[in-house]
Design a protein around this ligand. Structure first.
Ligand code: AMP
Ligand code: MG
Length: 486
């Protein structure tokens, strides 16, 4: 176990050529106080020190000994528009912690002040947005969906101007790497294919070490990114998660959910749902995500054209759609409690989703309730029937489902258990996040953040004492406006 001063650091990204970053230390954060801490994330680092003792480090006011902080450069397509230079404008990579097991974690401080890449920004993050990122990182982990992690939030009275005056906070983010599609795009767009190769080799060396000497390693990396992105989209689509800002600079080369901004979990099932208030055209609407993932993978492939052939790139891109379809069906089948596959399953899923949309049914609550259906008497299942008023079409679906369950052959009790391990009782609905934010921001009360963190770390076990956390939003929480401002 380690303390702040005994963590082992190896700053390999900071040893890359100087074109990759700016060396810069975080800006001090006045009067810091601890807002939130994830013991689960701390254990990944084997960090045993009391969070209060860590405060000077988590705030960015003191550097962990052994770090070599930098801000990384990248580029990206933002809402489809090419931006030739972006970069860590308010995140600073402190370095990489290496654990006793040899695991490596990139440690970033988000909101740590301005860098060369801040453009017109102040380099800060507001308390509201750090709470959203902290909770969702840990919620996605609980759901088993690949994501960056969050260790801590530190608050400060420092005022920060957004639409209204808010206060500053820093978040410590952990990831195997923070490299994005946009990092590759930056060097490719400057025709620095040598540096595209350097970056690819850096990722391969750390994350796919068995490929290091392989001639086709860049093709393998692209295929891997294509497949992982396809799988991530299937994970998001089946749990009802909308990212909100799927710009290529927010796409992780390792297929992690990255950069939590105006994301949202669906309440009622609505494929057209746009969670980002700034997304006027609905480019990143819920149902568009798999297609956008492919568009982004195609941009990544283009950025690798200096180090691999067009034919290879096309082959990697072509892997995306079947990988998505396969995983989507696999996950939806599991949500329905099916342990076998039949040709008609895709149609069964599609018909159900159309019904959920038509009747504006709460997505998470519906699947949780569906586990109570009995094979023999699907028609009589009042607990799911009540989501649909006067819906003979749903009754038709339910009889088809009942027949399908009989052919699948798993007993009701066993199936219910299986379903409750893939259909969460709790997701981080906007209204739940908003309630935790309001009590933190307005009353300085952080208890609700910890309650949500703990609850969402195991979203499968419905605790009767916390049944209200499974509710659809109350009236005030139905149309919360979440924008890019953070
Ligand atoms: P995002 O939309 O959060 O992915 O950010 C897009 C770009 O804007 C990234 O390069 C960020 O580093 C930068 N950025 C966002 N907010 C700020 C801020 N408050 N100060 C400086 N840069 C920022
Ligand atoms: Mg970003």
């Amino acid at each position: 176990m380690a303390t702040a001063t005994s963590l082992q650091w190896d700053n390999s990204y900071a040893r890359l050529p100087e074109e990759f970053f700016e060396r810069i230390a975080p800006t001090a954060l006045p009067d810091p106080h601890l807002v939130a801490f994830s013991p689960d994330a701390a254990s990944l680092l084997e960090l045993s020190e009391d969070p209060i003792g860590l405060l000077p480090f988590l705030s960015g006011n003191q550097l962990f000994p052994g770090t070599d902080p930098i801000a990384a450069v990248y580029a990206g397509h933002q809402f489809g528009v090419w931006v030739p230079r972006l970069g860590d404008g308010r995140a600073i990579l402190l370095g990489e912690v290496v654990t006793s097991q040899g695991d490596r974690w990139d440690i970033q401080i988000k909101g740590g002040g301005q860098t060369r890449y801040s453009r017109f920004g102040d380099g800060r993050a507001v308390l509201r947005s750090t709470i959203r990122e902290f909770l969702c990182s840990e919620a996605m982990t609980g759901l088993g969906i690949p994501t960056t992690r969050a260790l801590s939030i530190v608050g400060s009275p420092e005022p920060v101007e957004r639409e209204t005056l808010e206060t500053a906070a820093t978040l410590i983010r952990l990831a195997p790497t923070h490299v994005r599609f946009g990092t590759f795009q930056f060097f490719a767009s400057r025709r620095r294919h040598d540096l595209v190769g350097t970056l690819a080799d850096h990722i391969i060396g750390h994350h796919f070490p068995t490929w290091v000497d392989a001639e086709n390693r860049y093709a393998d990396l692209l295929i891997e990114a294509s497949l992982r992105t396809a799988h991530l989209m299937a994970d998001w689509m089946t749990v009802g998660f909308a990212h909100g800002v799927m710009n290529t600079d927010n796409m992780s080369i390792l297929g992690l959910t990255l950069d939590y901004g105006p994301y949202g979990f669906l309440d009622n099932y609505d494929p057209q749902h746009i969670c980002n208030h700034s997304d006027d055209g609905g480019r990143y609407a819920f149902a568009n995500q798999p297609g956008v993932g492919l568009w982004n993978v195609t941009r990544l492939a283009e950025s690798l054209l200096g180090v691999l052939s067009e034919e290879t790139a096309v082959a990697a891109i072509d892997r995306y759609r079947p990988a998505f379809e396969e995983r989507f069906l696999e996950l939806m089948g599991r949500k329905l409690g099916l342990t076998t596959r039949e040709d008609g399953d895709g149609a069964l899923v599609a018909r159900l989703l159309a019904l959920l949309q038509e009747h504006r049914v709460d997505y998470t609550r519906f699947f949780r309730a569906l586990s109570t259906v009995k094979q023999s008497s699907a028609k009589a299942a009042a607990s799911v029937r009540r989501f649909f008023e006067e819906a003979p079409t749903f009754d038709d679906w339910l009889s088809a489902y009942g027949a399908r369950l009989q052919r699948d052959g798993v007993g009701d009790v066993e199936r219910r258990e299986l379903m409750n391990r893939v259909n969460p009782a709790y997701v981080l609905r906007n209204w739940l996040a908003e309630r935790a934010i309001r009590s933190a921001v307005d009353d300085g009360d952080f208890a609700e953040i910890e309650r949500l963190r703990s609850l969402l770390s195991d979203p499968w076990t419905a605790d009767p004492a916390n049944i209200a956390y499974t509710d659809s939003p109350p009236e005030w929480g139905r149309h919360l406006i979440v924008s890019c401002s953070s």
